[in-house]
Design a protein around this ligand. Structure first.
Ligand SMILES: [Zn+2]
Length: 85
């Protein structure tokens, strides 16, 4: 998992106002019904202040990631290959 500074602001139900969100990028592997392994990237957004969960987004690696997500993804991928995960 990799934390990113998302620069996204959204309404937080915990704080009852607009807050900066922090993003957490994680990768998991799933098998399609055909048995093909695909990597799913999930970015979860939490309030930067009270840590309340706001929402999460799933990306297929084929889809376009934001620059920050791409950077985080590259870093996790590097680590994953380094430790043979
Ligand atoms: Zn909050």
């Amino acid at each position: 998992m990799k934390n990113i500074h998302s620069q996204i602001t959204e309404f937080c139900t915990g704080c009852q106002k607009i807050q900066n969100l922090k993003g957490t990028v994680s990768i998991r592997e799933e098998k399609t019904p055909d048995g093909v392994k695909v990597k799913i990237i999930t970015t979860s957004y939490h309030c930067e202040i009270c840590n309340a969960f706001i929402r999460s987004e799933e990306h297929d690696p084929e889809n376009k990631l934001s620059t920050l997500e791409q950077k985080a993804y590259d870093e996790i991928s590097d680590k994953a290959s380094l430790y043979n995960l």
